[in-house]
Design a binder for this molecule. Structure first.
Ligand SMILES: Cc1cc2nc3c(=O)[nH]c(=O)nc-3n(C[C@H](O)[C@H](O)[C@H](O)COP(=O)(O)O)c2cc1C
Length: 372
């Protein structure tokens, strides 16, 4: 996930910048890529109101060539666009106003270009600081964002604002810092709310989020001899234990932004849950994002692991923005090794890793995303 954060304060080391620090930190902590752009040091001419951009289809199209061109490139790459500004005369600061006006070219509403919003689906949010109480000081700007987003058909998440009561120290209080972190968390959740339930289809399989009704199948699959031998640290002897585990995964671990995702592998033909697959940070290998899978004994040697893993790799690279995936396999697990090597993972080294109370040898593999 990417956030473009535009900073409108004339001095980013002052109040508004201070409020943004924990916000940015929380985003990055959740693996969100943040493009932080200060505006005071950029050349952003005011909009000429020439409407040239309205006759250029499919691209920004502003006739003025200044720093706004690179700012627009960053805006268009982002899932969320955050405007951070102090309130000056109940409004944004001059460079922020210039950016907002110059974003006219993203909405093709008024010229010969076909009607289009170039940043369709992007979420807008606002961070503000002001001298008056929040409602009186920043309320008008919040309303402007509501109207602007409604006009463009874009979702507006809302505003996080803190009053400047005592210079910088107002923004270093626990409540200001916690509020900024919560705002970051809420934005991430808001972005992912629509895709909390993952479903990926392949020719024969559906990879989907776990349901409580999978508990019996998950417990049975993991109890089988080959699975027991290879993943004996993950004991889910009973249906109840599997149910608790599923709820723990879905309610506490599941996080697309990290990503930390475990999915059921369902057979399309019978809708049986025949295994598990996922990607998650693995503490033992420096929190590399590890891909892991397990197929019930009776369904092995049918190419299901390869089919599921290929789809999971695609999801991790294309939907979860990962550049590299890791896999660790016990040396005796020849079947899994064949699967990951077939899919392009490269052997790096054999490592001794803590496993179920002892050290155990694992072959360590990596796969880089080659972007076209
Ligand atoms: C020129 C100017 C105009 C301001 N206008 C307002 C205003 O209309 N309403 C308000 O609540 N605060 C106003 N303030 C106070 C600032 O919004 C507040 O101090 C803010 O935290 C400054 O952030 P900064 O240090 O990032 O510039 C104004 C401050 C300045 C310098």
């Amino acid at each position: 996930m990417k956030v473009c954060l535009l900073m409108g304060s004339p001095d980013p080391n002052r109040r508004t910048g201070e409020l943004c620090k924990p916000f940015i930190d929380e985003l990055r902590h959740n693996n969100v890529e943040v493009d932080y752009i200060t505006l005071h040091d950029k050349t952003i001419a005011p909009c000429l109101g020439c409407y040239h951009c309205q006759n250029i289809s499919g691209e920004y199209g502003c006739i003025q060539k200044d720093d706004m061109q690179t700012i627009v490139e960053s805006i268009l790459k982002a899932d969320i666009l955050v405007f951070a500004t102090p309130i000056y005369t109940w409004q944004v600061t001059p460079p922020m106003k210039a950016v907002m006006d110059r974003m006219f070219g993203l909405n093709k509403f008024y010229g010969s270009a076909p009607r289009e919003v170039l940043n369709k689906g992007q979420i807008y949010a606002l961070i503000s600081t002001c001298g008056y109480d929040i409602d009186y000081g920043a309320g008008l700007l919040d309303d402007i964002l509501v109207r602007w987003c409604s006009h463009s058909g874009l979702p507006y998440y809302g505003m996080y604002a803190v009053q400047d009561e005592d210079n910088l120290s107002s923004f270093r209080t626990k409540s200001a810092i916690d509020g900024a972190r919560e705002f970051a968390q809420e934005l991430i959740e808001y972005k992912y709310e629509k895709i909390k339930y993952i479903k990926i289809e392949t020719t024969r399989l559906i990879l989907r989020s776990l349901k409580e009704s999978d508990a019996e199948a998950v417990s049975n699959n993991i109890k089988q001899p080959i699975a027991q031998h290879l993943i004996y640290d993950m004991v889910l002897e009973t249906e109840e234990a599997a149910l608790n585990w599923i709820n723990w995964i879905n309610n506490e671990k599941f996080n697309i932004a990290i990503p930390n995702v475990v999915l059921a592998i369902e057979l399309k033909s019978s809708h049986e849950c025949i295994g598990l697959i996922g990607v998650a940070p693995k503490q033992e290998i420096d929190n590399d994002i590890e891909i892991f899978f397990q197929i019930a004994d009776e369904y092995q040697n049918n190419g299901y692991a390869t089919e599921a893993t290929k789809a999971m790799i695609w999801w991790a690279f294309e939907k979860a923005d990962q550049d590299v995936l890791s896999a660790i396999v016990k040396p005796e697990n020849k079947a899994s090794r064949r699967v990951i090597e077939k899919l392009g993972f490269i052997y790096v080294e054999t490592m001794n890793l803590p496993y179920d109370g002892t050290d155990c040898a694992f072959d360590y593999f990596r796969l880089n995303h080659t972007r076209r």
